[in-house]
Design a protein around this ligand. Structure first.
Ligand code: ASP
Length: 340
């Protein structure tokens, strides 16, 4: 309880327009031996994506170009049913894509619920570079993509159509987690909902100049409600880049992530001095503390890199893997620690 005296002091301070907040301390990270270039990305498909990004980084290219090129790899792969071409559709049979990109200047572009265009990440980049906006959604995003020369194509592959038709037999729409549990039963290597019916490619890179960029792209939750948008196109949820501090990306149930503005939280925790792994854990802890039963029943994972090239990750459930490519680590998969 605030004592009367403290309250009076507060009131006096407010009256005189004095800020009660501590003075802003600027972030100073001593970087003695930065790791660069570097690229990290979510899940096993991150290996191929990293390889494409590395080509650019190793030749002195910009991190922004690297993350776009990297993310385009799983977007174009029809066998990956959670991203781009071949993504599992919503419950009405539409493949709808979410993507976001951020550069070293803090510029951002994103698309939500975009249909018929394979490379949602490249449309997001065009939104960032060619419009006064940050996000375009649905029909407007498609119109814009077509105006920029992107080709319209059917993203629903026979395999994804078959999976959708199978789902339609019951069409049992429950809150998200139930759907995931039905469709992605745990195996010795995966947790429910971990790998089959939703997963985002999230990629973060540091170029030889030491600049950071990030990108992420997904078809979102399989058999979601038409019009559902996840965390991936939301700046500060699916992706956040601050060239002064570091960057973070997310994968897992977007609804959970949006409730804690996850990647912005991770970057701000790094600004406060936490290392990337601690920052990822602390961000997830907000959800764990607020809603432990929910947190226990879903997957959500963060992947982060600090400006000096220190990497960290944390997940709610076991089984979250990410791919790392640095001058000393030639593209390997690592598994993150988890709460449960
Ligand atoms: N975060 C994505 C979404 O909610 C899905 C995922 O990464 O698993 O749309």
């Amino acid at each position: 309880m605030t004592h009367r005296r403290e309250f009076l002091q507060m009131t006096t301070a407010s009256l005189f327009g004095l800020s009660l907040l501590p003075k802003r301390r600027s972030f100073k990270l001593t970087i003695s031996n930065p790791i660069k270039p570097l690229v990290i990305s979510t899940w096993d498909f991150g290996l191929q994506a990293n390889a494409a990004a590395w080509e650019i980084l190793n030749n002195g290219g910009r991190a922004l170009d690297a993350v776009e090129a990297g993310v385009r790899v799983p977007e174009a792969d029809p066998n990956i049913q959670t991203i781009g071409l071949g993504g599992l559709p919503d419950r009405d049979g539409h493949v709808t894509l979410d993507a976001c990109i951020m550069d070293e200047h803090g510029n951002a572009g994103s698309v939500a619920c975009l249909e018929h265009i394979v490379h949602a990440i490249s449309v997001a980049r065009k939104v960032m570079e060619k419009t006064p906006h940050v996000m375009l959604a649905g029909e407007g995003a498609l119109q814009f993509a077509l105006s920029q020369g992107f080709q319209k194509q059917n993203l629903l592959t026979p395999a994804s159509e078959k999976a959708w038709k199978e789902w339609l037999k019951k069409a049992d729409y429950h809150p998200v987690i139930n759907i995931e549990n039905q469709l992605a039963p745990a195996t010795p290597n995966t947790m429910p909902g971990n790998s089959f019916n939703h997963d985002t490619i999230g990629m973060l890179a540091i170029d030889q100049q030491g600049n950071l960029s990030g990108a992420c792209s997904t078809s979102g939750l399989a058999f979601k409600m038409h019009g559902r948008v996840g965390d991936s196109p939301i700046v500060g949820a699916g992706l956040f880049v601050d060239n002064e501090v570091g960057a973070a990306t997310a994968t897992g149930v977007g609804e959970a992530n949006m409730r804690i503005c996850g990647t912005h939280t991770v970057v701000e925790l790094m600004r406060q001095g936490y290392d990337p792994e601690q920052a990822c854990r602390l961000a997830l802890e907000r959800l764990v503390n607020k809603d432990p039963d929910y947190a226990r029943s879903i997957q959500l994972a963060f992947l982060a890199v600090r400006k000096d090239g220190t990497i960290g990750a944390y997940a709610l459930q076991k089984g979250f893997r990410y791919a790392v490519y640095t001058p000393d680590v030639p593209n390997e998969l690592r598994e993150s620690k988890s709460f449960y």
